[in-house]
Design a protein around this ligand. Structure first.
Ligand SMILES: [Zn+2]
Length: 553
């Protein structure tokens, strides 16, 4: 692997910028003494799957999919930090398998602690906004100036599937399938090989079109096939998908992968929600003129057992659910698919949310903290990603382009808050038992403190802090100075949710960057008593790390 990596690095312009270290990298790097403590922030959770009864073809197919996932993971290493591969090579050479620095570096897919605002834990430069997507010394102004001066480059520059490189005195956009050709070709081979091992025609179509997509960076047909596929035994998410790793623009997609086995019984329970998506859109608390007008909005649900994750999906923050595709044209024309990983959700609730809630939620409300309440909130968060405007009103500009660096946290906050508002609709229309009200609200309250621990460098973390401050201001969440506990005001909560939902939806509808910035400025500070509450959680894990065990025989 080392040789392959070095070959690629010499091709990249960024290699010449990486002059911070000499040959004996680790000896020269100052390592934060607290790496072992950082590792303790994770609950290592075994997740096993017995495939001994699978047919030989199914076993081989699963194995091919996991191999493809590992290649997506490999590309992600290139995307997160411009000098990551040289650093990894050195750490692998100079540190043993069980060394805490090596272990933590691999957990984070780089030298930055993702759960601590990307603080470096090795003596490397602070994480650049440009990551591995742009030249490390390029500014946002230079990026924008370039495509304004060169309009024919604009589309390629704003593409989610290109890297930006320096070419002499200028800039150039390089498609991912060229930049990462070795890995993309290998991944394509794995998917095509997997497609020959299944009789499931829908899965075959998904694998073939995804392979073609990776070779061209045109994912339209692959995404359409994936949304339309009937639930079968296996499901997968693979390719350059989420833009959260691009801190400069939230435009460039990071590679990620998830391989799962379908839980059909749990999935079928969620099918009833699908018929209500258009009603939820109508129920959103903002003017009708801005609402998504597509009455046939089609949403499908899948509950999976997670058996592998790679790239952005396994580094730092662990997903329990995902709403895809991100292409707004597909969402509006064809629909979306919400994926929930049941074993990941259980790991998060048992290992983090429940212990956090037990410490910070008022004793008389604690009986309302429940796995079911939390799962409902997670389900509606994902549904809400598909609700509301997808383009700036009256334009064809996608919202992430208009809101740039603020998009991640605004969109996550919208999903949380419009999701809570949608739970109210489900209760009021008995889609969900109305008696779940307190469980929804209290489980959400406990989850806020879990999410805030990711810091404001994370879109979810910033959204949680903004929401908590907003609800405290409205009296919808209260803090008891004596018990140091938080409680939901059940009478005020729904109205406060509607009020914040309105603000977030209007920011998205109008693509109003300044209004988003103002909301952030008003609510992103952490009050002293909240900081004290967060400090009181230090011995509780921040997130889980899945330890997959597949029993093949
Ligand atoms: Zn989300």
């Amino acid at each position: 692997m080392g040789l392959l990596i070095l070959t690629i690095l010499t091709c990249a312009d960024s290699a010449s910028k990486a002059s911070e270290w000499g040959d004996n990298v680790i000896a020269e790097l100052k390592i934060q003494a607290d790496v072992a403590q950082r590792i303790q922030k994770y609950a290592f959770t075994p997740m096993s799957l017995d495939v001994s009864k699978y047919s030989p073809e199914e076993k081989q197919l699963l194995s091919e999919l996991i191999e493809a996932g590992k290649l997506a993971d490999e590309i992600f290493w290139h995307q997160t930090y411009y000098d990551n591969l040289r650093l990894r090579d050195a750490i692998t050479r100079e540190r043993k398998d069980d060394d805490p620095v090596r272990k933590f570096f691999f957990m984070q897919a780089g030298p930055y602690d993702r759960l601590a605002d990307n603080e470096p834990f090795l003596d490397v430069p602070p994480k650049t906004l440009t990551g591995g997507f742009y030249p490390p010394d390029m500014t946002l102004a230079e990026f924008e100036q370039w495509y304004q001066d060169h309009p024919s480059d604009k589309e390629a520059f704003l593409s989610s599937y290109t890297l930006i490189e320096r070419r002499g005195a200028g800039l150039a956009a390089v498609p991912y399938h060229e930049a990462y050709k070795e890995f993309v070709d290998a991944m394509t081979g794995k998917l095509l090989s997997a497609s020959t091992l299944t009789q499931d025609e829908d899965l075959k179509k998904v694998l073939n079109s995804r392979a073609l997509g990776l070779l061209t960076d045109d994912y339209y047909q692959a995404d359409v096939n994936w949304v339309m596929m009937k639930r079968g035994k296996f499901d997968l998410i693979i390719g350059p998908i989420e833009v959260y790793e691009d801190a400069l623009n939230n435009i460039k997609a990071a590679y990620m992968a998830s391989i799962g086995v379908t839980d059909e019984a749990a999935s079928a329970k969620l099918d009833v929600y699908a018929g209500h998506v258009a009603d939820l859109e109508q129920f959103l608390p903002f003017p009708d003129q801005y609402k998504n007008k597509q009455p046939d909005l089609k949403t499908t649900f899948t509950v999976l057992q997670d058996v592998y994750r790679g790239g952005l999906m396994r580094s730092g923050f662990q997903y329990v659910a995902e709403s895809l595709p991100n292409d707004p044209e597909i969402i509006t024309q064809i629909g979306g698919k919400k994926t929930f990983w049941k074993n990941a959700l259980d790991a998060r609730m048992d290992g983090i949310v429940a212990p956090v809630g037990n410490r910070l939620v008022a004793a008389d409300q604690l009986p309302n903290m429940s796995k079911e309440g939390y799962f409902h909130f997670i389900q509606l968060h994902e549904i809400a990603h598909g609700l509301g405007p997808h383009y700036v009103y009256g334009t064809t500009t996608p919202i992430n382009i208009a809101l740039r660096d603020l998009y991640s946290w605004i969109e996550e906050n919208k999903a949380d808050i419009a999701g809570l508002h949608s739970l109210r609709y489900f209760r009021e229309h008995a889609v969900i038992d109305p008696a779940m009200k307190a469980q929804h609200m209290v489980s959400y309250l406990a989850s806020l403190f879990r999410t805030m621990r990711f810091g404001t460098g994370d879109g979810h973390g910033k959204a949680a802090l903004v929401s908590l401050n907003f609800f405290l201001e409205k009296g919808a969440i209260t803090f008891n100075q004596e018990s140091r506990h938080y409680a939901v005001n059940f009478d005020l909560f729904d109205d406060a949710v509607a009020s914040l939902a309105n603000e977030l939806l209007m920011i998205e509808a109008l693509g109003d960057y300044d209004r988003a910035k103002a909301l952030e400025a008003q609510y992103v500070g952490m009050p002293d008593f909240v900081r004290a509450s967060m400090d009181a959680l230090k011995d509780i894990a921040v997130d889980f790390v899945p330890l997959y065990e597949i029993h093949w025989e």
